[in-house]
Design a protein around this ligand. Structure first.
Ligand SMILES: [Zn+2]
Length: 310
């Protein structure tokens, strides 16, 4: 880039001095934004889009409370975020250092749901396995003996009653559009998931198996709120049935849990056939907020509530 000025040493020196001055002032403002703790990371606190978050686009209606308090773009003060947890302050700072690509807002919600930890390390058991909005992933698991008490059949699968009713409505409405949707796999007990996972790991190796199969105790299928549709293939996502499901699942309280967009959060490959029931109100809110991962919604609106901050 200096080739043009190399024949004029004084001009080159001027440019170098200018660049130095600019970089000094940039790192100074980064210090201010980061509260001094991550000044060295060069812009960790800068606003802007980042993987998985669409905060700057809260959508309509349901997104009314999104930016409170402090307002969007005010990522300079993470303590003002309603989902900021005082006791995690050190983890926020440490995670911001190693992920300078993230906004502070993203750093905070991700640490809130333990995404700063390696998968399957220091895991927690969910406090209430019967909650319809529980988070089950590679950090939060279910008790080994957990079996929902209200399982009912949907085709050859089993689901908890509320989610089964919602799925039946979805199937019936799709049928009205000439689309055939069926439940291939619903509730799976711990032992079943264990055999599935062990078989995959024996065939493909553990690292590969972890990208598409949950370890026993960490499968959403054990919640009874999850269903795999039709032939469980990636091609399902491109077929009219899969496209219809992607567009309408929220109306019945379902989300597509593993997508291309949230892969870096869930650490699973996309599964256009895997639906998770969270209830209509939450599915609609997630859609309005433009959130791509349930993890983000859970950290901001289930674990914490915006109104909790005065
Ligand atoms: Zn599934």
């Amino acid at each position: 880039m200096f080739s043009k000025t190399s024949s004029h040493p004084s001009a080159a020196i001027t440019i170098i001095i200018l660049l130095l001055a600019i970089s000094l002032s940039l790192s100074f403002s980064a210090c201010k934004r980061g509260g001094g703790e991550n000044g060295g990371s060069g812009g960790a606190g800068e606003s802007g889009s980042s993987g998985g978050s669409s905060d700057s686009d809260p959508g309509d209606g349901g997104g009314a409370g999104t930016d409170t308090p402090g307002g969007a773009g005010d990522s300079a003060d993470p303590e003002a975020l309603w989902y900021y947890e005082e006791e995690r302050a050190e983890r926020y700072a440490a995670f911001a250092q190693i992920r300078p690509d993230l906004t502070m807002e993203d750093v905070v919600w991700m640490v809130d749901c333990d995404l700063d930890l390696p998968p399957y390390e220091d895991t927690h058991e969910v406090p209430d396995p019967n909650s319809l909005t529980l988070l089950v992933n590679k950090h939060f698991g279910l008790p080994q003996d957990y079996v929902p008490a209200d399982l009912i059949s949907v085709g050859s699968a089993q689901m908890r009653s509320e989610s089964a009713a919602a799925l039946n409505a979805l199937i019936s409405d799709a049928e009205g559009q000439g689309l055939g949707i069926w439940a291939q796999s619903g509730f799976r007990a711990y032992g079943i998931q264990q055999s599935l996972y062990n078989n995959y790991a024996a065939t493909d190796g553990q690292a590969a198996a972890d990208t598409y199969s949950a370890r026993p105790g960490f499968s959403e299928h054990q919640t009874g709120l999850t269903v795999d549709l039709n032939d469980i293939t990636d091609a399902f996502g491109q077929r009219p049935e899969g496209i219809w499901v992607k567009e309408h699942a929220w109306e019945y309280g379902f989300i597509i849990r593993y997508t291309e967009e949230n892969q870096s959060i869930t650490l699973y490959v996309r599964e256009p056939w895997h639906l998770r029931y969270i209830g209509r109100e939450h599915a609609e809110a997630m859609r309005d907020l433009g959130f791509t991962s349930f993890e983000e919604y859970w950290a901001k609106y289930i674990k914490h509530a915006p109104s909790a901050v005065g």
